[in-house]
Write a protein that binds this ligand. Structure first.
Ligand SMILES: Nc1ncnc2c1ncn2[C@@H]1O[C@H](COP(=O)(O)OP(=O)(O)OP(=O)(O)O)[C@@H](O)[C@H]1O
Length: 684
């Protein structure tokens, strides 16, 4: 009855649309993505149905009338970066359609400060992009570049891509072409850049100018981009960081200052007593030293060593840079009407990181946090995690269960030894409990502690309560925050590391051969790529650095061809592998020469944690992490290069255990991330 009435009143079409909307999942087009771009995404990237996170973030950015700010925290490989690329291309195309012009009409002004002139509005050669996408490394920038070029070549073959998006990175191979495009066509609608290249363009070369055209700022992998120092960082390190902030912070604050100081006309009309300008306002209101300096002074006052305490306090008080309000005071953006939106993304955004960003004044109004609240772990459940421990005699085994390594660690603590790694334990034994931290995450959301009863970890709030104000002395740096502290395999020399690790990787590749598609190897930051890749080559495997994967198209094509070859041969290899598996368990020192012959056809990419952050290499089935990860977050991002968007993957960590702490540390990392360890069946 009601339906027939509705039909008569012609309300049914609207009603059915509403039902369809609520009953079915929206498409990318319905979220506002340009239909041509969504078709291209389906054609070249196989992206058809948006995820929950994508249904939230895409429309929020496209219809962001009030310039709201966002933090997107979702597990690795869940499509954060690609959703921003699709959204930005849609915005860029809108921009382009609004200001359509032919290349011959272009006239970029000689003077880069000449902006927003009517002549420019007609010719549309801008000096400012309308969106900035800051990514922490060149590899990720090149990946975004490749994605956007592919998509726009299919979606808009008639448009020169340089008007939509340009990418700036450092490196001889790139800068020349990038600058040529920029000089010729001006700023695109979307500019993707690494922080260091952006710093050069904005502050050194002064080629890029920030004006009100800039509406959206995105920062991918925000935790890596800022790398905030945690509460256990030495005070001297904190002072240095304050004086020399990370480049992402510098470029972002430069952009925000430019937006607000150049355009005071957009100041909030509700603001009662308007200051002459922001600088004078800040000056007039500065009754005290900047609060960040106050924090430092407070920390210094907690030092135990009184001579050091005095020295540091007077250094902080007298330091010109530290007392410069321009650098130390937060931006007071609440005074002005917001004309931009800031969106930060990562799989790991800690509350300390958010507090830091807020304390700098980057978010004058409440932030929208988009995260998957249903998940208990930020690591995709589809990844299996294993650890190979290499002991002092170079025997390999699975990760030891809990009681096992703790008993060893107690013994080691009692035994006097000249071994440097044991010395660290002995020294730490007599110190107060907070100083027995083995390592802690950069945001200090957790720590792993050495105690009399063994190795234990403390987490989140309990850690905050327990050690509210810990100040480390200068000399403690290596023990509390230095890389040495994180990774005891760093005490192994480069040559031994390369040969040992390459042999293990080679053996594992053979044993895992039936499921291997391509392999990503993470080296410790200080290790030589060449030494490792040569060691692998001696065993018959060719490898390449990840950047080549995005820049050298021929190599990439070759890699795809070889992948096919590998999969064709996979069936015939099956039997050989089973035999190899048995051989391996029987005699782990078997000659590597017995391995199958097509080993050079397996795509192996090499990266370090910072170069590999955020990248998406298709079909990485196995990730090898060669060395103890420096924190759970670090492990999560490295392991997250596999198991992407529902594809299965294995993360295998190889640790060289020189002092029996590695088992405890790995267990701590897994337990904090909510990960289960899977024993490799062919190891003891
Ligand atoms: N809706 C979708 N449908 C199918 N595939 C998708 C979808 N969204 C993303 N993908 C694929 O998932 C993979 C990971 O995407 P992306 O790199 O954007 O993830 P991410 O969340 O940024 O990862 P990370 O946190 O590791 O940087 C890509 O290969 C992408 O093509």
């Amino acid at each position: 009855m009601i339906v027939s009435l509705l039909r008569k009143s012609q309300a049914l079409p609207r009603f059915t649309v509403a039902v369809r909307r609520f009953s079915s999942w929206p498409t990318f087009e319905e979220l506002g993505i340009n239909p041509k771009i969504s078709q291209a995404a389906s054609q070249c990237l196989g992206i058809e149905t948006p995820t929950k996170m994508q249904t939230q973030i895409i429309p929020a950015i496209l219809k962001n009338q009030k310039f709201e700010d966002f933090i997107v925290e979702n597990e690795t490989g869940s499509g954060k970066t690609i959703s921003i690329v699709l959204t930005l291309l849609t915005l860029a195309h809108k921009d382009y359609s609004k200001f359509a012009f032919s290349d011959s009409e272009l006239s970029v002004p000689e003077n880069p400060n000449q902006i927003f002139a009517p002549r420019l509005m007609e010719s549309h050669a801008f000096r400012t992009p309308s969106s900035l996408f800051i990514v922490p490394n060149r590899e990720l920038a090149m990946q975004i570049d490749t994605w956007s070029k592919k998509l726009s070549a299919i979606a808009f073959p008639e448009i020169n891509h340089v008007h939509l998006m340009q990418t700036f990175t450092r490196g001889e191979d790139f800068v020349y072409d990038q600058m040529l495009n920029f000089e010729k066509y001006g700023a695109p609608s979307v500019l993707v850049s690494t922080p260091n290249r952006l710093h050069e363009m904005l502050l050194e070369e002064k080629k890029l100018v920030i004006d009100r055209r800039l509406k959206n700022i995105f920062i991918d992998e925000i935790d890596l981009a800022l790398q905030i120092l945690g509460r256990y960082a030495p005070l001297t390190k904190k002072i240095t960081r304050l004086k020399k902030p990370k480049e992402t912070q510098v470029v972002l604050e430069h952009c925000l200052k430019e937006l607000y100081t150049r355009y005071q006309a957009v100041r909030k009309s509700t603001f009662k007593k308007e200051p002459a300008n922001r600088d004078s306002f800040m000056f007039e209101n500065k009754k005290n030293v900047p609060y960040q300096v106050l924090e430092l002074l407070y920390s210094a006052s907690k030092l135990r060593d009184s001579s050091k305490k005095k020295r540091l306090i007077s250094q902080i008080k007298n330091d010109k840079v530290l007392n410069d309000p321009e650098l130390m005071d937060p931006l007071n953006l609440t005074l002005y009407r917001k004309i931009h939106s800031l969106c930060c993304l990562s799989a790991t955004v800690s509350s300390d990181l958010i507090s830091f960003m807020k304390s700098r004044g980057w978010f004058p109004s409440p932030i929208n946090v988009i995260k998957d609240r249903d998940r208990t772990s930020k690591v995709p459940a589809i990844i299996t995690h294993s650890v190979i421990v290499v002991d002092k005699n170079d025997n390999v085994r699975n990760l030891a269960p809990k009681g096992f390594s703790e008993s060893i660690s107690k013994e080691t603590m009692k035994k006097p030894s000249t071994d440097i790694s044991s010395r660290v334990i002995e020294e730490s034994k007599d110190r107060p409990s907070e100083d027995n931290m083995l390592f802690s995450d950069e945001d200090q959301s957790f720590a792993i502690k050495q105690s009399e009863s063994g190795i234990e970890h403390i987490e989140g709030d309990s850690l905050k309560q327990e050690n509210k104000y810990i100040v480390e002395d200068e000399e403690d740096e290596t023990e509390t925050n230095g890389k040495d502290n994180f990774d005891f395999s760093s005490r192994v020399d480069n040559e031994l590391y390369s040969s040992l690790m390459s042999e293990i990787v080679a053996k594992m590749i053979e044993l895992e051969r039936p499921t291997i598609k391509s392999v990503l190897v993470f080296l410790e930051p200080q290790r030589s790529f060449h030494m490792f890749s040569e060691a692998l080559e001696e065993l018959g495997y060719t490898s390449e650095m990840i950047l080549d994967n995005f820049t050298n198209k021929d190599k990439f094509r070759e890699t795809n061809e070889t992948k096919e070859k590998v999969s064709n041969k996979a069936d015939t290899l099956d039997n050989t592998i089973k035999n190899k598996d048995n051989e391996y368990s029987e005699n782990k020192t078997d000659s590597i020469n017995q391995y199958t012959e097509d080993r050079e056809h397996i795509p192996i990419y090499i990266a370090t944690e910072s170069h590999g952050r955020g990248i998406d290499i298709p079909d990485v089935s196995h990730v090898f992490i060669l060395g103890l990860p420096k924190s759970p977050r670090s492990y999560l991002h490295m392991a997250g290069r596999t198991g992407r968007f529902g594809k299965p993957g294995k993360a295998i960590t190889v640790v060289i255990n020189r002092n029996s702490k590695s088992d405890g540390k790995m267990r701590g990392i897994f337990s904090l991330l909510g990960i289960k360890h899977t024993d490799l069946e062919y190891l003891d």
